[in-house]
Design a protein around this ligand. Structure first.
Ligand code: NAI
Length: 485
């Protein structure tokens, strides 16, 4: 039985590499049928603000699987990247990127005889990719970093399940919880909670800067790593560099209902139309997709042929031995097709039925809302009011104190996260946005109404930039202290 999937050819080199990959699929008798969808730059230009036609959206939501070429985001028109939007709107929460040494693709590590075989699972929806940014004063821009318990749990559970399917014995969580105690802290806490369900997988965590250092010095010690969105983005490109660059980096965006398979690289406008693009990354993404759909025998056959072809020294212009002539996109695809049935000398890939993920495509009738139930006692104990001001901390404190009633007190003032009142250093440099922290004198609860009243009073003297409640959950503070507090 064949499976129908949506295909978007993409922009730039997209149509060239997609044609090459689909030709290889056809030669390998892959049981897929394609519905081509209209997505990409020309659809932005034609006035579709999402970069796709309504028919494309309907097709992708109906079929649940999109195989896509790279797409260009028009610059300077205030539109968001279609690639990021697609991942977020359809909740493809896990971005899986497999990196391994390929014969014929020389890297520092292959030359040193150190094989690389690791997988990065990157959270794909949250973090700074929420794109919630505000200019608070002319000088101060802030972005919100959103990390949620349900979002973290989804991607972390996927990473553990993937590790188990791939026969890995360990999974590491990369993070920066030493600095971002509540956001990365929540991700890390969730990691260890879910780890309890997977006693067969050794779980560990590593601070992301240390992780980067170890990845470039001893990449062989890692099997799989799960990270939040932005850190995962950076670390996965670093890993692409380890195995020969973006031309060899496939990516799967996995969701419960809709999944998207694409290469990591972009539209390569500099070589568009020349017919010289390297189709390997898209082909590797296609192989991931075939595994996802359960076509593991076809996936292994194509992968073996690709590895054999690379082993033979056949290469496009962007990699390989510069002293031998390079193949163009079509010739490279022809070679992979001709080599179907061959196996690489340096280790063949075998079809592993247990690699498949059940493609579970539901058609929900309402948006799924997940709340991690916890009967915690929640109390509001204070407020951070962010204000614009050019005054010195002492002057600011004096004005603020006059605005507070006898039950509330000014606890601290900070600037760029560093405490500047009641104590601080004269050497701390300031910008024109301060945080004024107010709490109840008796340390007790404060109502929303009181908080808004405080902000209202302060607004008589300052422009209010934003207001954040200070909360306690079961007596544990749900906010960070200022540096120096
Ligand atoms: P890029 O990945 O398109 O190109 C970077 C360099 O790598 C260029 O020199 C290019 O020629 C080369 N390159 C990339 N893929 C190649 C391939 N398959 N074969 C041979 N050489 C290859 O990155 P860039 O220039 O930053 O972005 C160009 C456009 O692509 C932008 O509009 C960007 O928004 C878009 N883009 C789309 C992505 C997606 O659809 N997922 C991802 C990244 C960028």
């Amino acid at each position: 039985m064949s499976t129908k999937i949506a295909v978007a050819k993409g922009d730039g080199i997209g149509p060239e590499i997609m044609a090459a990959v689909l030709r290889i699929f056809e030669a390998a008798n892959v049981p897929l049928e394609y519905e081509y969808v209209e997505m990409g730059k020309s659809y932005f230009d034609a006035g579709h603000s999402t970069g796709m036609t309504p028919a494309a959206k309907e097709t992708i939501e109906r079929l649940g699987l999109l195989f896509k070429g790279p797409m260009e985001t028009p610059k300077g028109k205030g539109v968001k990247s279609i690639n990021v939007t697609a991942r977020k709107v359809w909740n493809t929460y896990a971005n899986q990127r497999d990196f391994r040494s390929l014969n014929g693709v020389d890297t520092v590590f292959s030359k040193a005889g150190i094989p690389i075989n690791l997988t990065i699972v990157r959270e794909n929806i949250e973090d700074t990719y929420g794109g919630i940014e505000h200019l608070l004063t002319n000088d101060v821009a802030v972005g919100r970093r959103i990390i949620t318990r349900p979002g973290s749990a989804q991607v972390i559970r996927y990473a553990f399940e993937m590790a188990r399917r791939k026969g890995y014995t360990k999974l590491a969580c990369g993070h920066k919880a030493n600095i971002m105690k509540l956001t990365d802290g929540m991700f890390l806490e969730t990691f260890y909670e879910i780890a309890k369900e997977f006693p067969d997988i050794e779980s560990s965590d590593i601070i992301v800067d240390d992780l980067c250092m170890k990845l470039v010095s001893r990449p062989e010690i890692f099997q799989a790593i799960v990270l939040t969105n932005l850190q995962g983005d950076i670390v996965s490109d670093l890993c692409a560099g380890l195995v020969g660059g973006l031309g060899f980096a496939p990516s799967a965006n996995i969701g419960d209902n809709i999944s998207i398979f694409e290469a990591v690289h972009g539209t390569a406008p500099d070589i568009q139309g020349k017919g010289i693009a390297n189709p390997t990354a898209l082909l590797l993404s296609g192989i991931l997709m075939l595994r996802y759909l359960g076509y593991t025998t076809a996936a292994a056959a194509i992968e073996n042929s690709l590895l054999y072809t690379l082993e033979q020294g056949i290469h496009t212009g962007d990699f390989g031995d510069k002293s031998t002539p390079s193949a163009n996109t079509e010739a490279f695809a022809d070679a992979v097709i001709a080599n179907l049935g061959q196996v690489p000398v340096k280790g063949a890939v075998v079809a592993q039925p247990d690699m498949e993920v059940k493609a579970n495509h539901d058609h929900p009738t309402k948006n799924k809302l997940t709340v991690v139930k916890k009967d915690s006692k929640e109390e509001i104990v204070g407020v951070d009011v962010f204000v614009e001001s050019n005054k010195q901390p002492n002057e600011l404190a004096e004005i603020a104190q006059k605005k507070l009633n006898e039950n509330t007190q000014l606890v601290m003032i900070s600037n760029r996260g560093t405490q500047v009142w009641p104590t601080g250093s004269i050497y701390t440099e300031l910008v024109n946005e301060y945080r004024i922290r107010v709490e109840k004198k008796d340390g007790g609860e404060i109502s929303q109404k009181e908080i808004l009243h405080i902000a209202g009073e302060l607004s008589e003297d300052f422009k209010i930039c934003s207001v954040e409640f200070l909360m306690k959950f079961d007596g544990k503070i749900g906010y960070t202290l200022a540096q120096g507090q």
